[in-house]
Write a protein that binds this ligand. Structure first.
Ligand code: NAD
Length: 422
């Protein structure tokens, strides 16, 4: 049993150290030699750029942009662009590494990357965001491309942001829809990409509920985050009969023991820009959200929100990591000790990158898939990865996260060896 000191030590890890801690646990099981560990852990390229921007009020400000390319042994790098004050080298490295393991686990032909701009997009006009996005793409243009590195949406970036990425890149390198995914359908985006991550989270939640003896119909769900991932997850789980009893966004948290009317909550959030003050809801202190008793807890906002201390207070039977890295290494250790199964991010939220792969494929072949095909292939991919992870966990007697890393690292290590190590 991990001591309080050990949990506290694990919780002090930076985001990148935490991913590498998970990596090492799995690498030990694979008996991976030291040289291979170094190659697989470290990003192969990191780009940091300075982005001066004249704001609407005439003042100049200088932003930092990052693109970290972690691994490309299985295909071009793939990963989102995040616009948030927390974006830095360490966070981008951690998220890029997660993308390598995620694409390998669901077995799509990509490596991992991540990046973004350190900024507060809520305080910026659409014009400022457009100019900043275009400046960023001009600065990193030589390092991305349909066969090199393909960005996608993440926190605070949208279909519109991806449209600017495609337009700016295409102006310099020629028409290139496959340089970015998560585009609007009018610009070569795929049907089914907008809700793909939430749809994948829902598929995994259903499968995990079955595996761990939870009846989804009537199951109480607590959800943090009501953006792209959270809102579609809420909608689809609600349609499946689950009861979403608490929802939080950046402005606050709300509760209703009977479960929310999710279509009405979506309409409320669209009009008001927040979930707060939804008729019939009780406000909840955001730091009490994770203590609400439920069958399924879904963090779908930011990283690091369930640390060791929070994990000791959760009252749930299942955690689904819809966000990237929402559970710290200390939090994971506590959940494991408490016997609360946790479906890791690299599996739970992989639906977005799976449909991004379908979008990239459609762009390269210039052939559009029908929405039903996207949904069916997404479901098949997610269920296959879930089944393989569950089986590996069972066989090795480890938690789902370690099992997922073992499978993913095995795929990337094999590709690396075959390409240039033997
Ligand atoms: P988003 O910007 O659309 O939404 C983020 C949501 O989190 C918003 O509702 C925001 O209000 C909320 N939020 C922010 N800070 C919060 C706080 N302190 N407390 C509670 N809520 C807070 O972002 P998204 O695309 O939905 O991404 C959410 C998470 O899912 C991120 O971790 C992202 O990396 C991950 N993810 C996204 C995708 C995708 O396709 N968009 C794919 C895989 C993983």
């Amino acid at each position: 049993m991990a001591t309080a000191n050990e949990i506290a030590r694990l919780d002090k890890f930076s985001a990148y150290e935490a991913v590498n801690f998970m990596f090492d646990r799995a690498a030990d099981l694979l008996n991976l030699p030291e040289a291979e560990r170094v190659i697989l852990k470290r990003p192969f390229r990191e780009v940091k750029v300075e982005l001066p921007l004249k704001m609407d009020n005439g003042e100049w400000r200088v932003f930092n942009g990052y693109r970290v390319q972690h691994d490309n042994s299985r295909g071009p790098c793939k990963g989102g662009l995040r616009y948030h004050p927390s974006v830095d080298e360490d966070e981008s490295r951690a998220l890029a590494s997660l993308m390598t393991w995620k694409t390998a686990l669901v077995d799509i032909p990509f490596g991992g990357a991540k990046g973004g701009i350190t900024c507060e997009p809520q305080a910026m006009s659409s014009d400022e965001k457009q100019k900043l996005t275009r400046a960023f793409i001009r600065a990193i243009g030589d390092f991305i491309g349909p066969q090199q590195d393909i960005p996608a949406p993440d926190v605070n970036t949208s279909q519109q942001t991806m449209a600017w990425v495609m337009d700016e890149y295409s102006a310099r390198y020629g028409y290139s829809p496959a340089v970015v995914t998560g585009k609007p359908v009018h610009l070569g985006g795929s049907f089914g990409r907008e809700d793909a991550t939430g749809r994948g989270v829902t598929t995994i939640t259903k499968a995990a509920s079955r595996a761990f003896g939870i009846t989804l119909r009537g199951a109480r769900v607590v959800l943090q985050g009501f953006g792209n991932v959270g809102s579609h997850t809420a909608r689809l789980l609600h349609e499946s009969g689950a009861k979403i009893i608490a929802v939080a966004d950046a402005h606050g948290a709300i509760f209703n023991a009977d479960g929310f009317d999710i279509p009405a909550l979506l309409a409320h959030a669209a009009i008001n820009g927040k979930v707060n003050e939804f008729p019939g809801s009780q406000p909840v202190a955001p730091d009490k959200l994770f203590e609400i008793e439920c069958e399924i807890l879904i963090p779908a906002a930011l990283g690091g929100v369930i640390n060791g201390e929070v994990a000791s207070r959760v009252k749930t039977k299942l955690v689904i990591e819809a966000a990237n890295a929402p559970v710290t290494a200390g939090g994971a250790a506590v959940l494991e000790e408490r016997g609360i199964p946790t479906v890791p991010d690299i599996l739970a939220n992989a639906g977005g990158v799976v449909v991004s792969y379908f979008e990239w494929t459609q762009n390269l072949t210039e052939f559009r898939w029908k929405e039903d095909r996207v949904h069916a292939e997404l479901e098949e991919t997610m269920l296959r990865a879930f089944g393989e992870t569950l089986q590996a966990a069972d066989k090795r007697k480890v938690d789902l996260r370690t099992a997922a890393y073992v499978l993913a690292i095995g795929h990337v290590a094999a590709a690396t060896r075959l390409r240039w190590m033997q």
